[in-house]
Design a protein around this ligand. Sequence first.
Ligand code: FAD
Length: 282
Amino acid sequence: MNSQTTFSFEIFPPRRDENISNLSQILEDLKALKPNFISVTFGAGGSVNSKHTLEIANLVQNTHKIPSIVHLPCIHLSRERALEILKECKEKGLYSILALRGDVCEGAQKSRDFSYASDLVTLIKKQGEFEIYAACYPEKHNESKNFVEDIENLKIKVDCGVDKLITQMFFNNEDFYKFKEYCALKGISVPILAGIMPIINKKQILKISSLCGAKIPPKFMKILEKYEDNPRALEDAGIAYAIDQIVDLIASGVSGIHLYTMNKSRAAKKIYEATSYLLKET
Ligand code: FAD
């Protein structure tokens, strides 16, 4: 895609091994939308499906020929294990990593080597060759007391060697624009890709937003309430809302749109059809 606004997707390893083969069809559908890359999540606690992250990133990049980014949460990793994973990434030609802290999983041993994502960024940077992405939060991270503290920590992380940031999902563009201003004031100048989640299921979005702290604006709450028992109408409304957000973001010069696909291609396809000329125009 000849564009300054990148267009990319997030997928996750399916919960059941047998569903990995279904991913190939989804990847073919997503490939038709000419994404700049597809990122693959990784469960922080080393959940069963996280063992598939590299296998899937390999499938994305080397079979489907779409550049892939490997998510890597470090809160339960040893330095040695992190280095092993990075070595495996290199062997597979996977040179883009989204360096994350992750959330503490009950029962899993906390890392002695990593407290924050910035510790992992430092380690990856030392290995050379990797392009390093990191996470950021337009509504601030839910453990931070205030924005000032969160942006200061973000600046430390970026200065350790981050090339690009990807945001947590947000539903009010004004939060993103305010966040970008705070970043600029703090001297954070790396590209910030906007994480957009097309909402197609009420229960799912309420759960996700309570976990990650993304606020649902009243305008969108109305849609959720009106169409909660009509899945197709809710899907249409959720996609229309995401398109509206994306059009405004592109017009405001956003560096990239990163869609949380939830391993479904239909919403991504509709969004691409509605915005592809805008993405090419910028
Ligand atoms: P950090 O950057 O380490 O920040 C965590 C908290 O610590 C923040 O409140 C920050 O302000 C604070 N902090 C940072 N540095 C310092 C410091 N030096 N001193 C004091 N406080 C500090 N999770 C997964 O498990 N797997 C995934 O695949 C995954 N993918 C994600 C993709 C994106 C785009 C995003 C936005 C999040 C993703 N997450 C994933 C969730 C993420 O792991 C959690 O949000 C986690 O709570 C924070 O991770 P982080 O990398 O942002 O942490």
